[in-house]
Design a protein around this ligand. Structure first.
Ligand code: ADP
Length: 591
């Protein structure tokens, strides 16, 4: 999953290519606007030269006609320049907004195509965060690049030709002014490029500590624990690290850019002295003097603008590159496979370890679950239950061994093609700030079931939506983000169960779905659930053994291995791990 960062030139290529691919019409219009602006810009220099020469001629011959028409022309050029600049500004915004929506769409589609296992690593979240930051820069860079490459190249070429036709030496001076600024921005950009990579982890950490201080999830506990000072310290520490890295880079780059700016100004002064000499010597006209002087000032400003622009592109390229890094992450491959029903799932010598870890969390597991069987997975925390259900569902691919669905090897299949047949409720379910209806329908937006169907699923989950604060409204907004109704932990959990069973799967996975529900209601939920899932395959992960003793099969996991497998009665007779866990829990209830 590790992908090397893209080199600068590739980022530039991708940026231009991406811009062209996504918005070809905008791209061409933008080029035309840039070329038009350059033409006006250069024309204004030529008109200035003609105008100054004409004015000096007027003093000698008193002929105003030519001057008048040149003044009108200069006015028209100036007005047109302003109009096209305005259009460019407007176009910049449109291009930005349209491009933004296209990139975000691509990013979402990409995230959907990644292997789920990638989401288990923090590195992916770093990449996603950086890519989101990179979106803005990728778009800005693409606009700046078109502008920069077209506008400045054409402008400098025109000026170079113009200087060459007057005095070739002027070209050398132009380069003397131009080159140090370019070098300075290159150095600044490359340092910033590296800095960005370095500080991203610190920024993520400081962001996390900030959340521990102010985020709804942590705020109350942090306050009760009186841990605010601790988190503030951690936060400050990371912010200081970011600032000190930044400060180092700023110091170095400012010193270099200071020296190079002095060289530029020296070149500028030299050019002025030379021009005065040519004028006194009579080898250039006063019009030439004025226009060259004006061009040099314009060149200076434009160059400053340009090096700053390319500097920004260079700096931004590191962030824009993150977007492409993300878009290039390996995707879930495999062929589409249509499955009508899940008749059986079989694991053969399956072992598994998470990315960036060596240790197997599942070891050599072999197991077959046939359609209609109700299985309970039990074991201590960390014994591998959740990981095992994710392998059974095809969400994770085993590191070793094979998984068969309906006796066919699934390793070559695309998970998305058969996951629709599986319903699941996990312990870390989402509390979506959407309407009640949307919260349930999310598990399968492709089926359009009526309210009765939705209500029947809520009933099974024990979610009483007719109670006072919801008032039987399916379209009521839930969660506090949009002023909706907040639910208790148990209610959110029941809602998650209703969502899980809304999807019409014949293989249902419940991974500790009832931890926040009281034991009596939990027993009721399981009872109703068993009734509706008689002919379905069910895998339940739970700690409360009392609720799963009616399961056809209870599988006990320890350190990633199956240590017991049988019915409740069989395992009690065995007097092994399950029996002692069950009896210990029974003792608790007797007290
Ligand atoms: P259980 O569901 O039985 O509590 P899990 O399947 O969640 O167990 O976890 C099994 C082991 O895998 C644990 O040791 C846990 O620390 C480890 N583990 C879980 N998720 C990850 C992850 N994303 N990266 C690395 N290790 C993980």
């Amino acid at each position: 999953m590790k992908v090397k960062s893209l080199p600068f030139y590739k980022v530039i290529y991708r940026t231009i290519h991406y811009g062209y691919q996504k918005l070809p019409v905008h791209f061409w219009i933008y080029i035309i606007i840039c070329v038009t602006l350059v033409c006006f810009n250069f024309l204004s220099i030529k008109v200035l030269q003609e105008l100054v020469d004409a004015v000096s001629y007027v003093f000698l011959n008193n002929e105003w006609d030519e001057v008048n028409s040149l003044i009108i022309m200069a006015g028209i050029i100036f007005a047109l320049f302003r109009i096209v600049s305005g259009i460019k500004e407007y176009f910049n915004n449109t291009y930005f907004m349209t491009f933004m929506s296209k990139i975000l769409k691509d990013m979402n589609a990409k995230a959907g195509r990644l292997n789920l296992i990638e989401f288990e690593s923090l590195e992916l979240f770093d990449k996603i965060n950086m890519a989101i930051g990179g979106v803005n820069y990728a778009i800005r860079s693409s606009i700046d690049l078109i502008n920069g490459v077209i506008y400045y190249t054409v402008f400098f070429l025109c000026i170079a030709v113009y200087f060459y036709t007057i005095k070739p030496e002027l070209l050398v001076l132009g380069v003397l002014i131009f080159f140090p600024q370019l070098l300075s921005q290159y150095i600044k950009g490359s340092k910033m490029y590296k800095l960005q990579e370095k500080i991203v982890t610190y920024e993520r950490q400081s962001d996390y500590y900030r959340k521990c201080l102010v985020d709804k999830t942590y705020f109350k506990e942090t306050k009760t624990l009186n841990a605010s000072k601790y988190f503030l310290g951690c936060y400050q520490n990371k912010v200081n690290q970011v600032n000190s890295e930044r400060w180092n880079v700023i110091l170095k780059t400012s010193a270099i850019s200071g020296i190079l700016t002095i060289v530029t100004y020296l070149g500028y002064i030299l050019a002025f002295v030379l021009l005065t000499y040519y004028l006194l010597e009579g080898s250039i006209s006063i019009g030439h003097f004025a226009s060259i002087y004006y061009s040099l000032t314009k060149l200076m400003d434009t160059m400053k603008e340009m090096v700053e622009l390319f500097g920004t592109i260079y700096q931004n390229a590191s962030l824009a590159g993150k977007l492409y890094d993300f878009l290039e992450l390996p995707e879930e491959m495999g062929m589409e496979k249509k499955i009508d029903t899940v008749q059986s799932i079989k694991l053969e010598n399956v072992s598994f370890h998470y990315p960036y870890t060596e240790k197997n969390v599942l070891n050599n597991i072999s197991l077959e679950i046939k359609k209609g069987t109700h299985v309970a997975l039990v074991g201590l925390n960390g014994s591998g239950k959740t990981t095992l259900v994710k392998i059974l569902m095809g969400l994770f691919k085993p590191s070793q061994g094979k998984v068969y669905m309906n006796n066919e090897d699934v390793s070559e299949w695309n998970t998305n093609s058969y996951i629709r047949k599986i319903s699941a409720v996990f312990q870390n379910y989402g509390k979506y700030n959407l309407t009640l209806r949307e919260n349930i329908m999310l598990s399968d937006v492709n089926i359009n079931e009526d309210d009765n169907y939705i209500q029947s699923k809520m009933e099974v989950a024990g979610f009483d939506y007719c109670k006072e604060n919801i008032g039987g409204q399916l379209d009521v907004m839930l969660g506090r983000s949009f002023n909706g109704i907040d639910l208790s932990g148990g209610e959110w959990q029941r809602l998650a169960i209703a969502r899980g069973i809304y999807r019409k799967g014949d293989f249902i996975v419940l991974d500790e779905p009832t931890a926040a529900i009281d034991p009596i209601e939990e027993a009721n939920v399981y009872k109703r659930f068993e009734e509706i899932s008689k002919d379905k395959t069910v895998v339940v992960v739970t700690h409360r053994l009392g609720s799963v003793k009616t399961a056809d099969r209870i599988i006990v996991l320890k350190d990633g291995k199956i240590i017991e497998d049988g019915s409740h009665e069989e395992l009690l007779k065995l007097k092994g791990a399950y029996a002692s866990m069950y009896l210990a829990q029974a003792e608790w209830y007797k007290r």
